[in-house]
Write a protein that binds this ligand. Structure first.
Ligand code: NDP
Length: 328
């Protein structure tokens, strides 16, 4: 028997969640059983838990697109009992019971071994948001955006993706500009490595097809007009790694930056990212992330606090990364 946050939904009503006691035999199929230490709340978890977006189709569902813990039973040859593992995405917490739980059973091919220099808590401080930030940095590197090319813009700066992206870029030697709607977090963003802060309202309204060439690259977790305006202000040959929709999923842009300035718009998905790329991303996080910065990003909550915290995240009342100690 173990505890898990279970979401239930009756017809058109919003889902409701409460911590329930579950029998291990009721877990879904999979070849690896994991004892979970930590999960985390990502933006997608917040959307799912509050029923703000139809992310979960079948109820009851245990939410949580991320977890880190220890292998308890396995028939998958890649793992043995006692291995520390991380899971990000693959539809876990959406279609398959997820990480807001003391136990999970999943397909072992979805798991990544925990890099040696991380604890399970640090892995969840990074979580899908941080691993996605790393995928975005890799996308910039793949497209030749090196620190000497110029400044990089990070949007949604106080959020999970934004915070980790700033920390990574700054440690890698990039000059970072952070776009945020919250002036009260200026010192926090500077402590992560941002050298310049801009108000997100400068980017969030309809703009011109082409603007001044400000940035060599950008990591955008916001979408909509912000993403369109960023593309219009990227230097010749630069790249925008787009991963999010905090402002909106629309993209009211023109082709001008692409056909006149050879700007590349690189899409980044973490959920079904191939396992080889995940392993590279986690290895790079282990090498390139300033762990002292990570400490300043986190707050830790228990399973019973997840629902209220998800509402707070969508109302813009949270920052950085929220870790869920499932055993607290
Ligand atoms: P957070 O809630 O932690 O951060 C989002 C940030 O976006 C906020 O902190 C805020 O930053 C900014 N923001 C919020 N509302 C608006 C708005 N209306 N207009 C402009 N900016 C806004 O979320 P995450 O960092 O976890 O995720 C960010 C986005 O990335 C989400 O859309 C998420 O779905 C997406 N994502 C995508 C992944 C993928 O695989 N493609 C994986 C992970 C996340 P500030 O106050 O500083 O402006």
């Amino acid at each position: 028997m173990f505890n898990a946050l279970v979401l239930n939904k009756i017809e058109d009503e919003k889902a409701s969640g409460k911590v329930e006691v579950i029998e291990t035999s009721n877990l879904p199929d999979g070849d690896v059983l994991i004892k979970i230490d930590y999960s985390t709340i990502n933006y997608k978890d917040a959307l799912a838990i509050t029923s703000s977006s139809p992310i979960i189709k079948d109820y009851p569902m245990v939410p949580g697109i991320d977890f880190a813990g220890t292998v308890e039973e396995t028939s998958n040859n890649n793992f043995k009992t006692g291995d520390k593992v991380i899971l990000n995405g693959y539809g876990v917490g959406e279609k398959h019971w997820g990480g807001m739980s003391q136990k999970a059973r999943v397909n072992g091919n979805w798991l990544v071994k925990l890099p040696e220099n991380f604890t399970t808590k640090q892995a969840m401080a990074i979580g899908t948001a941080g691993y996605t930030a790393m995928l975005c940095v890799l996308a910039l590197e793949k497209n030749g955006v090196t620190p000497d090319k110029g400044e990089i813009l990070v949007t949604g700066a106080t959020g999970g993706v934004g915070s980790v992206a700033i920390s990574l870029l700054s440690k890698l030697g990039y000059q970072v500009s952070a776009s945020s709607g919250r002036a009260e977090y200026t010192e926090y963003l500077k402590s992560l490595g941002a050298s310049n802060i801009i108000d997100r309202s400068e980017l969030s309204e309809k703009g011109r097809p082409l603007g001044k060439e400000n940035w060599a690259g950008a990591i955008d977790s916001v979408g909509s007009y912000t993403l369109a305006n960023i593309c219009a202000s990227i230097k010749y040959g630069g790249t925008v790694a787009a991963c999010g929709l905090a402002q909106g999923f629309d993209l009211p842009a023109t082709v001008m930056p692409f056909i006149l300035r050879s700007v590349t718009l690189a899409g980044v998905d973490s959920v079904y990212c191939p396992i080889e790329e995940r392993i590279v991303a986690w290895e790079r996080l282990a090498k390139d992330l300033n762990l002292a910065n990570l400490d300043s990003m986190i707050s830790t909550i228990s399973l019973s606090e997840v629902v209220s915290s998800a509402h707070n995240m969508l109302s813009g009342k949270t920052y950085g990364r929220i870790i869920v100690d499932v055993n607290a």
